[in-house]
Ligand binder design. Structure first.
Ligand code: AMP
Length: 577
């Protein structure tokens, strides 16, 4: 082992905090240095040459020459890389790996470049937030029950490896070293993480967690949805898990040879453990506090819990009992943005402190009146204002320049001189029939309000999505709900009216009043429908742990629309207006 590798294996959290403090004290300066570094390294690429930067690395030239770009604008370049062209197209060093971004809204994964620079920023992000978490919830030598899954590893036409960004990270030896240095290696062997079948991997993650139940100190996943999904599955399979532990033999339902071989090294007959788990499960009421019962030394539960993950928090809290929930960092397949350096905050209060050396960031102010259809000019990280909402642009060493990530964030404060961002929603409008504009956040709030009617009936929404139906005249909103049990028609009619009334956008309300938008339609889908949607995305190459339920299904997303419409069991129309 080289000295460098040894240093990587041990890291001092206090030193990481110190480095972060130094960087964020001069965030504006670090941003300019970061931009300079990116432009120096990649000035000779076809893309930057095309925009006439001619080797200049200053901010003014950069902003004057290089246009703001969407994924669509960069896609032809990325496609050529994926097809095997090795010339410096977007980056000076050849890109050898492609990440598949979840692309849940469009219905098909997007290609984005992945390279060592992105991996390094991932490790910097993980270490930074860990260092702050470690101050709040110090963990000793233990294990993490991580519901993580590798996606299928595909090859592009040009022979480049393509997998989801998380898979590219999980596969890398540096990831394992970092996890080890954080004293929380994963309970499950690699064969389980990278198994070809998500259901079999999930079952074995649960089994490994139970085997190491006393050692588990952290329960985590990339997005909180996977943790909720895992414990919902546990409710179904817990007795099978007990049998496996009692007999020391893995269920015949797990058929992947590599998983069976790896599990046989861990699983030994343990009737005592089987009895303990059995008794604990029998003693719970409606599975409340399941996680602390099963894993009594868990210090916190960790995963992205903001944005489209908020609807799962209620269920997660139910399983978590009094264990704190800590949201993981803010990033995307395209690159990282900010770390959660205030782990004591609840997920609802979480903000992300921008790491000023992982990319050059710009912020398009969204509140300013846009004259003649023009967007406001983007501002730098040191020019943003508290309370304002912005769309983020990123320029990074992964070959993206002034790239629209599509996310809306709100500045809540500053950590030294770097902004602390709250995630608001995806920018692309979700629901719009005519003059109405309802975002993912508006939909989420409306569903949350209506779900209170269900809580009184001891029912919950397992998952939800929506679409605009313009095949009727006038067009109207359709909301799909999967419920945890049966609700009466009266209750669901109330829910449907409540949903309709809870969209407070002036365009929507006025259109509903004059019937230029028709009554909102609530469609109840069969149990397991959203599971089928998850399976569908996994079959396309998505990784289950990067999955985000699409909150609005576009017309082009025919497969998901088919799954939804094929599973509708009841429908209701609002009479609220
Ligand atoms: P992916 O396509 O899987 O790379 O997902 C990236 C997207 O996930 C981001 O652009 C955000 O919309 C969302 N996301 C990532 N991190 C967070 C976070 N901490 N809070 C809310 N949303 C997030």
């Amino acid at each position: 082992m080289t000295l460098m590798e040894k240093a990587e294996e041990r890291f001092d959290p206090e030193q990481v905090v110190e480095e972060f403090e130094e960087l964020t004290k001069v965030a504006g300066k670090v941003q300019l240095e970061t931009l300079k570094k990116i432009l120096e390294e990649n000035g000779g690429t076809e893309y930057l040459q095309k925009w006439g930067l001619n080797g200049r690395t200053d901010l003014e030239s950069f902003k004057t020459c290089v246009p703001i770009a969407s994924h669509q604008d960069l896609d032809p370049y990325i496609q050529r890389i994926a097809d095997g062209e090795s010339a410096p197209i977007l980056t000076a060093n050849p890109i050898t790996t492609i990440s598949l971004s979840s692309g849940t809204t469009q219905g098909k994964p997007k290609f984005v470049p992945f390279n060592d620079a992105l991996l390094d920023s991932t490790m910097q992000m993980f270490k930074t937030s860990y260092a702050f978490r470690n101050r709040e919830f110090s963990i000793g030598n233990g294990k993490a029950l991580q519901f993580i899954y590798g996606s299928k590893q595909l090859k592009t036409k040009g022979g480049l490896a393509a997998g989801t960004a998380t898979t590219n990270v999980f596969r890398h030896p540096k990831f394992k070293k970092t996890m080890k240095a954080m004293q929380t290696p994963c309970c499950s062997p690699d064969e389980v993480v990278f198994g070809p079948d998500f259901h079999q991997s999930l079952y074995c993650h649960l089994l490994c967690g139970l085997i190491y139940r006393e050692e588990v100190q952290v329960v985590s996943s990339t997005f909180a949805h996977s943790i909720v999904h895992a414990f919902r599955s546990f409710e179904q399979v817990w007795q099978d898990l007990c049998v496996d532990i009692r007999e020391g033999v893995l269920t015949s339902q797990v058929i992947v040879p590599s998983i069976r071989a790896a599990m046989s090294k861990i699983l030994k007959p343990d009737p005592e453990l089987a009895d303990t788990v059995y008794k604990k499960c029998m003693g719970l009421t409606n599975w409340y506090g399941l996680i602390p019962e099963l894993f009594p030394n868990t210090k916190y539960i960790y995963g992205i819990m903001t944005g489209s993950m908020e609807p799962y928090l209620k269920k997660l809290r139910h399983y978590a009992g009094d264990i704190p929930l800590v949201s993981a960092d803010y990033g995307s397949s395209e690159g990282w943005i900010g770390a959660n350096v205030n782990p004591e905050l609840t997920p609802e209060e979480t903000t992300y402190a921008v790491l000023p050396n992982v990319a050059y960031f710009e912020f398009i102010p969204l509140s300013q009146i846009i004259l003649n259809g023009q967007e406001a000019r983007p501002v730098g990280l040191d020019e943003v204002k508290i309370g304002e909402e912005y769309e983020i642009l990123m320029t990074n060493l992964g070959g993206l320049y002034r790239y629209r990530l599509g996310d809306v964030v709100k500045v809540k404060g500053f950590h030294n001189s770097t902004p602390e961002l709250q995630f608001v929603c995806r920018r692309n409008l979700l629901l719009a029939v005519n003059i109405d504009k309802n975002t993912e956040k508006d939909l989420q709030l409306s569903v949350e309000t209506a779900s209170r009617i269900l809580s009184a009936e001891k029912l919950e929404i397992v998952d939800f999505t929506s679409r605009v139906d313009t095949s009727t005249d006038p067009g109207h909103y359709v909301i799909f709900w999967e419920l945890s049990g049966e609700a009466s028609d009266d209750v669901l009619k109330d829910c449907c009216n409540c949903l309709d009334k809870s969209f407070v956008d002036a365009g929507y309300v006025s259109s509903r009043k004059v019937n230029t938008i028709g009554p909102l339609e609530l469609r109840i889908v069969e149990r397991g429908t959203f599971h089928k949607i998850l399976d569908h995305y996994v079959s396309l190459g998505a990784a289950a742990n990067q999955f985000k339920t699409p909150r609005c299904v576009g017309l082009s997303n025919t497969s998901v629309l088919q799954i939804l419409s094929g599973n509708v069991v009841k429908r209701y129309y609002s009479t609220a207006f």
